[in-house]
Write a protein that binds this ligand. Structure first.
Ligand code: NAD
Length: 363
């Protein structure tokens, strides 16, 4: 019988400080270390442990291997005024993605709409973060993301890896009720398999598929053999994650590759020989209701509609209908107060990385 997993509850400030110190020790400057720490802990706070501090050891390994480059500034390759192609130059996603989004926000505030096509960004993490950046500026935004060089997900009807986990996020700045839809087009994000392999939340039924077509919830399907503590490499597994929503989710994943991989020219999850490292591409669209002349109606109709949906009689009286982004808001409130829960293995892996870099762990 498996013993119940031990969870550590780490106060937000202590965890953020530790992660910041790890990246400082790994050679990043203070501002970048802060951004990475705040973003990763922010993902845990919103309940997306898959994109939180569980990534620290892997990010450090990527930095050390030169896959990700510290201190980069995203470069504007094509400037069309209301649109821009931006190259992240393999910088940390938490550095170059906010730069691309800030450019998109500034241009939408000028023109009413804008599109930024970001390529060659290191892992950008929780995409909802960027929709929240646009919401703070009063803008609607849509983000289509791919992971060039990563192939993990079987298309509808297939058993071989063809897509990456290709998330989509949409943010809507309703006053007092900001809403963010943000999910991978795979049945689970790869990080959720990572979390499950480290003793965290189990995978839902049918999340993975074996080469013979059998469905699976066992992380070994993706990672092959691995030790309890230490790295997991999807290259060692034979199976795939499945696209969500049958043909519909599979179609969205395909279109993410077209928008974020092909239009940006950053590359796709397709034939990857010689690439050697992965990067996120992100096509973002920003819309300013004020410029459309419908700010007041947008807010009034949007809030009324949100209320009406939330008032739908729930199937389970104990589980009211939630709007996109509300589970994350609830989790944020709980975890800000009670600390970030981390399974033993995740916490041990972070401490091992910290110790290796000479960083003192919190008491
Ligand atoms: P998920 O399956 O948990 O879905 C999250 C979305 O569904 C949110 O918008 C949430 O508000 C909404 N939601 C959840 N429960 C709900 C409920 N009961 N009622 C109404 N709405 C509900 O997310 P996921 O697919 O596991 O993705 C996790 C994270 O991984 C995302 O933040 C995503 O951006 C990130 N991701 C990043 C990359 C990358 O390459 N950078 C790749 C894949 C995923």
């Amino acid at each position: 019988m498996k013993l119940p997993m031990h969870m550590h509850h780490i106060p937000v400030d202590a965890l953020t400080g530790l992660v910041r110190d790890v990246f400082l020790a790994a050679g990043c400057d203070g501002a970048e270390s802060n951004r990475i720490a705040t973003h990763l802990v922010g993902a845990n706070l919103s309940g997306h442990d898959s994109h939180g501090v569980v990534r620290v050891p892997r990010y450090v390994e990527w930095l050390e291997a030169g896959y990700v480059v510290k201190g980069q500034t995203a470069e504007v390759v094509t400037d069309g005024g209301a649109f821009a192609l931006v190259d992240g130059k393999w910088g940390f996603g938490q550095t170059v993605a906010p730069q691309a989004v800030a450019l998109g926000i500034a241009r939408a505030q000028q023109h009413g709409v804008s599109v930024t096509a970001l390529r060659n960004a290191g892992h950008i993490g929780r995409v909802g973060d960027y929709a929240e950046q646009a919401i703070a500026a009063g803008l609607i935004s849509m983000h289509f993301v791919n992971v060039a060089g990563s192939v993990l997900v079987a298309p509808f009807g297939g058993v071989e890896r063809r897509f990456s986990t290709n998330p989509i996020a949409i943010g809507v700045p309703l006053p007092g009720r900001p809403l963010v839809l943000d999910f991978a087009t795979s049945l689970v994000a790869e990080g959720k398999v990572l979390v499950a392999s480290s003793g965290g939340k189990k995978l839902p039924e049918g999340a993975l598929i074996e080469p013979d077509g059998q469905l699976s919830t066992d992380p070994h399907t993706l990672y092959g053999a691995y030790d309890a503590v230490g790295p997991r490499n999807p290259a060692n597994g034979q199976g795939a994650i499945r696209a969500f929503g049958e043909h519909k989710g599979s179609g969205l994943a395909f279109m993410c590759e077209m928008l974020a991989g092909c239009l940006t020219a950053g590359g796709t999850s397709g034939p990857v020989s010689g690439r050697g490292r992965i990067a996120n591409g992100m096509l973002s669209v920003f819309l300013s209701p004020r410029h459309f002349g419908t700010q007041a109606e947008f807010e009034r109709m949007g809030l009324a509609y949100a209320d009406w949906i939330a008032a739908c009689r729930p199937a389970d009286p104990a589980a009211p209908v939630l709007l996109p982004g509300e589970p994350e808001q609830q989790r944020r409130a709980e975890r800000t107060a009670g600390g970030v829960p981390l399974p033993d293995e995740t916490w041990s892996n972070i401490l091992a990385t910290a110790t290796r870099l000479g960083v003192k762990s919190p008491p």
